[in-house]
Design a protein around this ligand. Structure first.
Ligand code: DX5
Ligand code: ZN
Length: 215
């Protein structure tokens, strides 16, 4: 069964504790926490105080996805805010290997996200050092966007590359994921599925999470 990581970006921020409790009680595995800086992506989301608030109530690991430039500056701060896994963007890191080391040294699992235009092969030199690869299946910045079909091919490429490099990184997919594409995503190589809009626009978010777990 895939790991399910509901994206808090689509939660009701005025009722955040209620939505955190819903995820706690559901079959979800992780909290997916989207941090946007208005520079790397065209949108702003939330930052450290909200991440800390989620962590105070969450009983499951925080999978923090940094969509920010120069993420090295915030590695320690997100560890202190409660991140278990910290994912940075390939496209935002000049010294990616150093950033991955810094995340590990800070005591977190390290992930790298790739945008739709970035080939899986660009991760060949770091894949063995990673705990997580996040494949963007939309252009990052907003919830509720249309899934990009080319993602299936990229997942298959990545799965092959993982074998070749002897990596045991988990492969996570993020953007436009729902129960219509989830099973093909898992068949193509996804170990973990992020879902924002699909979960939180459902009349029964907890049932929506359970239905993803069973695809
Ligand atoms: C997009 C974010 C996603 C987003 C996914 O930039 O990284 O995590 O919340 O949301 P949905 O599932 O609504 O596409
Ligand atoms: Zn995300």
């Amino acid at each position: 069964m895939p790991i399910i990581a509901p994206s808090v970006l689509s939660a009701d921020f005025a009722n955040l504790q209620r939505d955190v409790e819903m995820i706690n009680q559901s079959e979800a595995d992780w909290f997916h926490v989207d941090i946007m800086d208005g520079v790397f992506v065209p949108n702003l989301s939330f930052g450290l105080p909200v991440t800390k608030a989620i962590h105070r109530h969450a009983i499951k690991p925080l999978d923090v996805h940094l969509m920010i430039v120069d993420p090295d500056r915030y590695v320690g701060a997100f560890r202190d805010a409660g991140a278990s896994m910290l994912t940075v963007h390939f496209e935002a890191c000049t010294h990616l290997h150093r950033t991955i080391e810094a995340i590990h040294t800070a005591g977190m699992k390290a992930g790298v996200a790739i945008n739709p235009h970035t080939p899986a092969a660009f991760l060949s030199e770091v894949l063995a050092d990673l705990d997580l690869v996040l494949v963007m299946s939309v252009n990052p910045g907003f919830g509720g966007q249309q899934f990009i079909e080319h993602t299936y091919t990229k997942l298959m490429d990545l799965k092959r590359l993982r074998e070749v490099t002897g990596s045991d990184a988990l492969i996570e997919v993020d953007g436009g994921v729902n129960t219509s594409n989830a099973s093909r995503l898992v068949e193509s190589g996804a170990d973990a599925l992020v879902a924002g809009n699909f979960v939180f626009s459902s009349p029964d978010p907890s049932a929506a999470i359970a239905s993803m777990k069973r695809v």
